[in-house]
Design a protein around this ligand. Structure first.
Ligand SMILES: Cc1cc2nc3c(=O)[nH]c(=O)nc-3n(C[C@H](O)[C@H](O)[C@H](O)COP(=O)(O)O)c2cc1C
Ligand code: SF4
Ligand code: SF4
Length: 423
């Protein structure tokens, strides 16, 4: 495609050239790194969480492990990294430099206080350094400093208190970053709003144990013989992030601009977050996997999509999927369907037969001579597991059946036992 669509977006009064931001993490650790990302095309940054110098931050070593189940592609990262371990002065100077050198790019300073006073001091210091807005980090799941991070985010009164402290210390917009490690993410978000937050970012890392060493029985990352439930991120958490953003966007009393985070690596991931209500998009693990350059594909892909769809501005996409996100009790259960096979494209691998027999309705017969499946429509559960197993994309699809369609009952092998029981 030739001409780039207008990807600009306004977030809490700041006009960004596109919605793509580095999220607060090792990918936004210094001005040198962030500057290169701005030049590569990113529209903004949530700068790596800044703390005071009172408690020295030491990262466990090693601090990350890759999640590659059964040797597949990188589905996630398990990390025990803390907030920034750089001195406060160094971080403030870098924030100042970024704002001077790239005034048109959004610089959001992420902060975490270990006392009420620290929240106030950090807010003021980052405002003085020129930050456009602040991200209140109450959501890191593995801080080694007692009573900080997600421990705060899971206690609504503290979320409100610390947001209020930050609100009373500055006039620039405040975004509260939520933990997903909670039952209902709208609850702390509402408390953040009560405390004066102007926007919500979600999600921070999901607390997880993504691997245990088979030889040493230690969870990854193995920090000299010890592991811990800690931050899990990347494509595997995208479903959780999308759900959280949609819940926040649908929360009638919240109505705050949202920054979507969690497993975003492609323009399609970004689009999905926009469609469920995010205004900006933040990325870490995608960059850990592939580098900053992924933003080029995100820009090009989203731009082409908008051009093809005739969408003039990004605003038109935000929240567009929300009317389609229902509670399951809204489903029309009277409408039923089955799998449809386009057997002209079949390569005869037999995978559909195997999974339908072992995990579906055993609705397929197998013609061993022709090496083709044959579907008994009455037995098909429309579970669609055959379509996941089929190596030919789009060969097995879903089709709706007429209202008169009745599915056969699953065979009950124990039927004769009933007569035995009666006699
Ligand atoms: C190694 C690592 C360090 C992180 N450090 C921070 C941090 O200092 N502050 C913060 O708010 N989030 C931190 N995060 C969380 C990310 O900003 C982001 O919320 C999370 O990784 C989910 O996004 P992703 O799936 O794109 O990685 C960190 C994530 C990783 C992987
Ligand atoms: S949809 Fe389920 S029951 Fe139907 S053919 Fe596929 S695997 Fe079998
Ligand atoms: S899985 Fe697909 S390609 Fe393989 S036999 Fe079934 S329909 Fe044919």
């Amino acid at each position: 495609m030739s001409k780039q669509a207008d990807l600009s977006v306004e977030f809490l009064g700041f006009k960004m050239k596109n919605p793509f931001m580095l999220s607060s993490s090792p990918v936004s650790n210094s001005a040198e790194m962030v500057g290169r990302a701005f030049d590569a095309g990113w529209g903004g940054v949530a700068y790596k969480t800044v703390v005071s110098d009172r408690i020295p931050i030491i990262h466990p070593s090693p601090r990350m492990a890759a999640y590659r189940p059964a040797g597949k592609r990188q589905l996630g990262v398990q990390n025990v990294e803390q907030t920034s371990d750089r001195g406060l002065k160094a971080n403030l100077l870098d924030i100042m430099y970024l704002k001077k050198r790239w005034p048109d790019h959004l610089v959001m300073a992420s902060i975490m206080g270990f006392s009420n006073q620290e929240w106030a001091d950090l807010a003021k210091a980052c405002v003085d350094a020129g930050a456009d807005m602040l991200e209140v980090n109450v959501s890191c799941p593995h801080m080694t400093v007692e009573g900080s991070g997600a421990k705060v985010g899971q206690c609504q009164e503290l979320v409100q208190k610390f947001t209020e402290t930050v609100r009373n210390s500055c006039k620039i917009p405040i975004v509260a970053k939520m933990t997903p490690n909670i039952t209902d993410i709208t609850v702390p978000a509402m408390y953040a709003k009560k405390g004066g937050a102007d926007g919500i970012a979600a999600i921070n890392s999901v607390a997880g144990l993504s691997g245990i060493g088979a030889d040493d029985w230690v969870p990854s990352p193995n920090v000299f013989g010890k592991g811990a439930a800690c931050g899990f991120t990347g494509p595997a958490i995208k479903p959780i992030g999308l759900r959280c953003i949609s819940e926040l966007a649908k929360c009638h009393d919240l109505q705050l601009p949202l920054s979507g985070i969690g497993g975003i690596e492609t323009w399609v991931d970004a689009l999905e977050y926009l469609l469920v209500g995010a205004t900006t998009i933040q990325v870490t693990t995608g960059i850990i996997h592939y580098g900053q350059g992924i933003v080029e594909n995100m820009i090009e892909g989203l731009s082409d999509y908008m051009t093809i769809k005739g969408v003039k501005s990004l605003k038109e996409l935000i929240g567009k999927a929300l009317p389609n996100v229902h509670a399951t009790h809204d489903f029309d259960l009277a409408r039923q369907g089955i799998a449809r096979y386009d057997l002209d494209r079949c390569v005869g691998c037999g995978q559909c037969y195997v999974v339908c027999r072992d995990a579906g309705g055993w609705a397929l017969d197998w013609d061993a001579k022709k090496r083709r499946p044959a579907l008994d429509e009455k037995k098909c559960l429309s579970c669609m597991v055959c379509s996941f197993a089929c190596p030919v994309d789009g060969l097995i699809t879903f089709k709706e059946m007429p209202k008169s369609y009745r599915r056969a009952e699953t065979v009950t092998l124990g039927k004769e036992l009933e007569t035995q029981r009666r006699s």
